[in-house]
Design a protein around this ligand. Structure first.
Ligand SMILES: *Cc1c(COP(=O)(O)O)cnc(C)c1O
Length: 417
């Protein structure tokens, strides 16, 4: 099929864009085709529902709405106020939180606002070190966090790969941080929030849970919630949670005003009301039994994939996973993570490299949120692991596997019809 024919077939999805701007329409179509013919194993990605996409593409995108419902700096906000109140109410119900701020433009903006609400520049913060799975906003020198705050990093145990609780306690007692951050871009296990709360209380620190990754599992009841333990929970809405690209903050009522002021006007301007509306849609979807079943299947698929990858010879960090996320060292197959990612890209298997704690070489980070949304289950995880390992060790030709991948993905279209 020529590109043009394909565009015509998909034209409805892009609302007549082909006729007005064929150049851009072709780009949208190419990306949509890439997503539906390759395997999305990037742990932070997912497929939003058509309902979420509809809200994102709605005229709410036109509305300026600085401030909060009932107290805006712009006129004409009476309808979008209802949308934001609905999003906040759904988020509070879904996570059992006293307060929710749904305006954060991203996960990083949520963390920035959390720090702004609780800290002053120069304060000491204890967080998972970047080479052990901390996020940029947990003290990277290239990020505002590392520039404006004094970060101390804790790590994971060299043997078990699990967070070193003794080290967390010792560093907290030594450095007396103003805040402790728990949360990671790569940690495959549940965090012990009660432990972090206990240490924070002992040294008089705030506890910030950066639950950007697991918040969708929390919504579906497939992971323990940080909400009862943390002073502030930061999250994204676009990872396992399957909503629009964006962030949010959950907190106790007594911090509500500080958090809201830290988001607007301190770190952001006008809210993006189309995204806020799409978050409301996603929270509604995430409160259904179907989403709880999805969250359970995401974890079941990750456990199956981790076991098959281990059987294929990769070294799976912590020996498995509790979540949607797996990190693994492909070294026993003869290559490092960077080389493996390149070979896999040629086969249409899309994933990330990541730092491996206590190692010089990079590993692989992958997740099952997107494949599970497509309807894949444990049986497909076995196939994915076999294709992945075959390509990585050089036993399978990436070009041939690309066809297997196309066939597999074709049986599980992310947007059927
Ligand atoms: C994804 C992630 C973020 C940042 O989210 P963005 O929307 O990309 O800014 C922050 N913290 C953690 C732990 C994450 O996994």
């Amino acid at each position: 099929m020529s590109v043009t024919h394909a565009i015509e077939a998909d034209d409805s999805m892009f609302g007549g864009l082909l006729r007005q701007d064929p150049e851009l329409a072709e780009i949208l179509l190419a990306e949509s085709r890439r997503q539906s013919t390759t395997l999305q194993l990037i742990a932070a990605e997912n497929f939003t529902s058509p309902a979420v996409l509809a809200a994102l593409g709605s005229p709410l995108a036109n509305k300026y709405a600085e401030g909060y419902p009932g107290a805006r700096h712009h006129g004409g906000c009476e309808i979008v106020d209802v949308a934001e109140r609905l999003a906040v109410e759904r988020a509070r119900d879904l996570f059992g939180a006293e307060h929710a701020n749904v305006q954060c433009h991203s996960g990083s903006s949520a963390v920035l606002a959390a720090y702004a609400a609780l800290l002053r520049p120069g304060d000491t913060v204890l967080a998972l070190g970047l080479s052990h799975g901390g996020h940029l906003t947990h003290g990277s020198p290239a990020n505002f966090s590392g520039r404006w705050f004094d970060f101390v990093g804790y790590g994971v145990d060299a043997e078990t790969g699990l967070v070193d609780h003794d080290q967390v306690r010792t560093l907290a007692r030594t450095h007396r941080p103003k805040a402790i951050v728990c949360g990671s871009i790569a940690y495959p296990r549940h965090l012990d929030h009660a432990f972090f709360r206990e240490v924070a209380d002992e040294v008089g620190a705030y506890l910030v849970a950066d639950a950007a990754h697991p918040i969708g599992l929390v919504a579906g009841g497939a992971a323990p919630s940080p909400v009862p333990y943390a002073d502030i929970v930061c999250a994204t809405t676009h990872k396992v949670l399957r909503g629009p690209r964006g962030g949010m903050i959950l907190c106790r009522g007594e911090l509500a005003e500080r958090v809201d002021r830290a988001v607007f006007p301190f770190t952001q301007g006008g809210a993006q009301m189309h995204t806020v509306a799409a978050k409301a849609v996603a929270f509604g979807e995430a409160s259904t039994p179907a989403f709880a079943a999805y969250a359970r299947q995401v974890v079941a698929n990750a456990r199956a994939l981790a076991a098959h990858l281990a059987a294929e010879g990769l070294v799976v960090t912590t020996g498995g996973t509790d979540t949607h996320l797996i990190t693994a060292d492909p070294a026993p197959l003869g290559v490092d993570g960077r080389t493996a990612r390149g070979r896999l890209a040629a086969a249409g298997i899309v994933l990330d490299c990541c730092a491996l704690p206590h190692a010089d070489v990079r590993g692989l980070r992958l997740g099952t949120a997107a494949l599970t949304t497509q309807g894949m289950r444990e049986g497909e995880m076995r196939t994915v692991a076999a294709l992945l390992a075959g390509v990585v060790r050089g036993a399978l030709d990436p070009a041939a596997v690309r066809e297997d991948v196309r066939e597999l993905a074709g049986r599980f279209p992310p947007y059927p019809g």
